[in-house]
Design a protein around this ligand. Structure first.
Ligand SMILES: Cc1cc2nc3c(=O)[nH]c(=O)nc-3n(C[C@H](O)[C@H](O)[C@H](O)COP(=O)(O)OP(=O)(O)OC[C@H]3O[C@@H](n4cnc5c(N)ncnc54)[C@H](O)[C@@H]3O)c2cc1C
Length: 406
């Protein structure tokens, strides 16, 4: 049996892992467009401090598939709980950094409104419309907007509630109080965030090293056929094809979803001499109403309990310019928001291009038509990735595991 895996991010690598478990004797070929595996997962090192260029943290209570995979790989002992300082989060609002917990008091009126609002049976609506219906404008703009920016870097007026926050959608449909559900789900599960001792790229390396896999680097898929794929100018026959390509790439290659939307953002990472930051916590987000180019900032040195003799920060920005624009804007923002006047001792940036699928209202229905059309046109094709069940690394792993369980 021949299995072709398209794309070498975490979705593709975990798909290869489950494929190998299910079909021990299969020939598995992986086709990756770039010269490295991992996709958006990448770990760098500066002055002994390991920093993450893409994903960095996971919530224990929402990472069952990732935790299971780490156990299968013998990596459980590498799980590193993040500092308890990460619990503290801030918002930049009206010229000041404000602790989110201290804002809750001023949102109490809007939050309590949901107790008097009955559920509405809508197939989908925007996160903004949902927040207005259940709470009020202030809760929409100061709680749900930054929460959505932090995960999707997208506008809540267009973002689908059903696809972006499926748990909120379900609680609402079942008439469950969102505040109560939040409180009880939090108290019943293991709290907190974790990362990996040797950085997230160690997961990519371990997956690669533990599998017998034929990898074709710098070999982009250029065409999909019923019985195989065209990559790097050659045809590769396959009995099973697993696409772990970004949604927009598969949409366009198949010709079945040409206008698939994704979001790009700039990630600027900088290190300063120690003692530069007076705040501790996970970082801060900036609500859209503040009209800033920066989406938010993560205080890496505060949340990762790793040794390092500098202070590390990551600034995420909207895609409104080039790399030098992004770095300049990031430093200006750090000066304005955190009063960091000193020049960084390290700075680097990259554009996470089309890295996050944009789940617009009606996305779930559109996705299900796409998947049905794919099945008809390419009977051997299966799909996984961050546009299938959710954007988190855990959801990506789940989407690839499901292919080989059913
Ligand atoms: C900045 C950032 C921070 C994030 N933070 C978190 C976090 O803290 N926690 C969390 O859980 N999630 C986080 N996420 C989301 C999560 O990291 C991603 O959704 C997930 O890693 C996507 O994995 P993937 O394998 O599906 O896609 P990708 O990582 O995008 O991999 C797709 C692969 O396909 C390859 N490819 C593309 N076109 C072709 C082609 N034609 N032929 C062959 N190969 C091709 C690409 O080169 C790439 O290697 C973050 C995402 C970003 C961008």
């Amino acid at each position: 049996m021949k299995i072709a895996i398209l794309g070498g991010g975490i979705s593709g690598l975990s798909a290869a892992w489950y494929a190998r478990k299910r079909y021990p004797d299969a020939t598995i070929q992986m086709f990756e467009a770039s010269s490295r595996l991992g996709g958006v997962i990448d770990t760098g090192c500066f002055h002994g401090f390991l920093y993450e260029k893409g994903p960095r943290t996971f919530v224990f209570s929402r990472s069952s598939h990732l935790l299971e995979l780490l156990e299968e790989l013998g990596m459980s002992q590498e799980i590193l709980p993040c500092s308890s300082l990460a619990k503290k989060r801030y918002l930049w609002h009206r010229g000041k950094l404000r602790g989110i917990s201290s804002l809750i008091g001023s949102l109490a009126f809007g939050l309590l409104k949901e107790l008097f609002v009955s559920s509405k049976d809508v197939d989908d609506e925007s996160v903004y419309d949902f927040a207005l219906r259940k709470f009020n404008r202030k809760v929409a703009e100061l709680l749900l907007d930054p929460m959505a920016l932090g995960i999707y870097a997208a506008d809540i007026r267009q973002l689908s509630l059903k696809s972006s926050f499926p748990f909120l959608y379900e609680w609402d449909r079942q008439g469950i109080s969102l505040l109560r559900a939040f409180a009880s789900s939090d108290s019943s599960k293991k709290k907190g965030l974790f990362t990996l001792q040797r950085g997230l790229f160690s997961l990519i390396e371990t997956l690669k090293n533990r599998m017998d896999l034929e990898i074709f680097y710098e070999t982009p898929i250029t065409a999909l056929m019923e019985d195989g794929v065209v990559a790097g100018g050659s045809f590769f026959p396959a009995d099973m094809i697993v696409s772990a390509l970004p949604g927009a790439v598969l949409g366009s290659l198949s010709g079945l979803w040409q206008d698939f939307s994704s979001t790009s953002l700039w990630v600027v990472q900088c290190a300063f001499e120690k003692g530069v930051l007076l705040k501790n916590g996970f970082g801060y987000l900036i609500p859209t109403m503040e009209k800033e180019s920066v989406l938010g900032c993560v205080f890496d040195s505060s949340i990762f309990p790793r040794a390092g003799d500098c202070y590390f920060l990551t600034v995420m920005l909207r895609n409104l310019g080039d790399a030098s624009w992004a770095e300049k804007e990031a430093l200006l923002a750090l000066k304005k928001h955190l009063k960091i006047e000193k020049a960084p001792i390290f700075i680097s940036s990259y554009l996470a291009k089309d890295a996050i699928p944009f789940f617009k209202v009606g996305y779930a229905k559109r996705l299900s038509f796409f998947l049905q059309d794919l099945k008809i046109k390419y009977p051997r094709l299966h799909v996984c990735g961050n546009y299938v069940d959710g954007v988190s690394v855990d959801s990506c792993i789940h989407s690839s595991q499901k292919i080989f369980i059913n």
